[in-house]
Design a protein around this ligand. Sequence first.
Ligand SMILES: Cc1cc2nc3c(=O)[nH]c(=O)nc-3n(C[C@H](O)[C@H](O)[C@H](O)COP(=O)(O)OP(=O)(O)OC[C@H]3O[C@@H](n4cnc5c(N)ncnc54)[C@H](O)[C@@H]3O)c2cc1C
Length: 183
Amino acid sequence: MDTEIAGRITGDAYVCAMGSYVVDVLNPIGVKLPVYPVKGHSVTIQVADDRFAPQSTIMDEAHKVAITRLGDRIRVAGQAEIAGYSNRLGPHATDTVKHLIGDLFPRGGDLSRAEGWTGLRPMTPDGTSVLGPTQYDNLFVNTGHGTLGWTMACGSSRAVADVVLGKTHEISLDGLTAARYVR
Ligand SMILES: Cc1cc2nc3c(=O)[nH]c(=O)nc-3n(C[C@H](O)[C@H](O)[C@H](O)COP(=O)(O)OP(=O)(O)OC[C@H]3O[C@@H](n4cnc5c(N)ncnc54)[C@H](O)[C@@H]3O)c2cc1C
């Protein structure tokens, strides 16, 4: 990752929302969160013939992938690989998903121009996010969203913002804070 250092920026409160990278930043100051990077892949292809393309989302439970229609494109996403923080997108990573879409919708999409993507899901052992306070009064976290980070982004941010501002939060944080990992 390229990081441009813009100088020291201070604030009244800090929210660490760096997905699985929170560990590197918070571990040295004693905030120990079990958030692990679990790599997933997606392949996006142009619809070749609408009559033979999926019209809505389908789950393939055998291969653990979701096939989604996005306008004139098809996206196949899934898989879980424990590969540290590597974002490398090797050919093997997308071969399975390409094979799958070719198998299920052989005339639906144009596999010759498939675009691959890879990302790291910030997973926790108990499967739920880590939100809100830490042992430091001015440090908060918003991470551990696993497979549902985009879905939960607005709700989690709202809940954490309410905690930072000392407001009553609409979403209960019971069982969602870092306190559950403190022995
Ligand atoms: C194939 C795939 C499909 C998915 N599909 C869905 C889906 O359909 N719906 C859904 O809800 N979720 C989906 N997800 C999950 C979603 O991608 C994650 O839950 C989400 O990206 C987590 O967001 P995040 O911002 O917490 O972490 P990340 O997306 O990992 O972002 C962390 C950011 O922190 C930055 N960073 C790291 N270190 C530092 C530092 N020291 N200083 C500053 N910045 C730093 C990184 O550069 C990065 O931009 C999918 C994931 C994958 C892999």
